[in-house]
Design a protein around this ligand. Structure first.
Ligand code: TXA
Ligand code: MG
Length: 339
């Protein structure tokens, strides 16, 4: 039995109370954040956290992000808070930035996938913050079955988890659309482990140059520190092909690919920033912010419309574009064509 709690008109204190008690009782509650929906449980309750892994079908060595509502909670979770963490938190929390820090003994190792570090973030969403305040620090991966595109609508969570978790809070469509930026501050040099909703350029403006983990660009080395990067991700059922390069050539290439696949009797979907002739089409918007917001919805929706192949237009790797391209390339299993 799953209750769907409608909070599209904003925080409702009584309903938050119900959801908070479900979390405190060891239950699983999906909730909106500014990035994507999360599948939440009490981060300090091992049994509840185990249920997250089981519900998602997530490998036990892929750690979860712990969500907090007040900076003071960080002291409970992290053994050490370096100066960079304070600076970044002051500037970007609440917001789409996750910091990886040495973990305290309070955090069960189930939550951190056996690692000695913990990932923490303060989400910029009033429903998420109210839920955390009504319960405890909340461990929450994206609320999708492992390997599927992340959810940006309550409907996506219903599709993946209805009947398997206690509650889903519907707070409407998420604003950012790609998950948080994950920054490792637990070793000598700040390292980007996952590009996301907070552009790298903004982080570097505050703490200077940041190293980029090779897994971000799809290279499979030293995955112990970035365990999330080794698993299949964001994949719809359809095959995804990403076309990258200068705009005019990308357009031409997409038209050629559509023709080619249709001749081979495939149903072809295109997701792009301008209209294309295809069996199905999803308009991603003009700005990179719009593309980020629509990305996962486009993958899920084209799948639902029954296409065999999705051809996706690549964007420039600036600002949110770095996160968009990271997700698209993964969704395609690195089937990337340079036009
Ligand atoms: O925006 C988001 O971050 C969303 C919302 C719900 O907050 N959450 C999310 O969680 O995307 P998830 O579990 O889908 O992705 C968490 C990522 C994974 O790549 C995981 O490997 C990484 O963060 N991560 C978590 N703890 C880590 C740690 N201690 N060290 C390194 N990477 C860690
Ligand atoms: Mg995820």
């Amino acid at each position: 039995m799953t209750i769907v709690i409608n909070m599209r008109d904003g925080v409702d204190g009584r309903k938050i109370g119900v959801a908070g008690r479900l979390i405190l009782g060891g239950g699983l509650v999906a909730f909106p954040t500014e990035t994507v929906y999360g599948l939440g449980a009490d981060a300090l309750n091992e049994e509840a956290v185990r249920r997250i892994f089981r519900a998602k079908g997530r490998p036990a060595d892929n750690p979860l992000i712990v969500h907090i509502a007040d900076f003071s909670d960080l002291k409970l979770l992290a053994r050490e808070i370096p100066e960079e963490a304070r600076l970044l938190a002051r500037k970007f929390w609440p917001g789409p930035l996750t910091l990886v820090l040495p973990k305290s003994e309070k955090v069960p190792s189930v939550t951190t996938g056996g690692l000695d570090t913990v990932a923490v973030r303060m989400p910029a969403h009033e429903i998420a913050l109210a839920l955390i305040r009504a319960s405890r620090p909340v461990a929450a991966p994206s609320a999708n079955i492992s390997g599927r595109p992340s959810p940006t609508l309550a409907k996506h969570v219903v599709d993946d988890f209805y009947g398997k978790i206690e509650a889903i809070i519907d707070g409407g469509e998420t604003r950012v659309g790609v998950e948080s930026t994950v920054l490792d501050l637990s070793s000598e040099r700040p390292t980007l482990l996952r590009p996301g909703g907070l552009p790298l350029e903004e982080i570097e403006r505050v703490i200077g140059p940041v190293e980029i983990h090779p897994a971000v660009r799809g290279k499979a080395t030293d995955l112990a520190r970035a365990p999330g990067m080794k698993y299949r991700h964001y994949s719809p059922n359809a095959r995804v092909i990403v076309v990258e390069g200068p705009r005019e050539r990308v357009r031409k290439k997409i038209r050629e690919l559509v023709d080619e696949y249709r001749k081979g009797n495939h149903r072809v979907g295109v997701m792009a920033t301008e209209e294309f002739e295809a069996d199905e089409f999803f308009y991603l918007g003009q700005t990179v912010e719009e593309v980020a917001r629509n990305l996962f919805k486009a993958l899920r929706e084209l799948d639902e419309r029954g296409v065999d192949v999705i051809i996706a237009e690549g964007v420039e790797e600036k600002g949110l574009g770095l996160a968009v391209m990271n997700r698209l390339r993964k969704a395609s299993g690195y089937h990337v064509i340079r036009a």
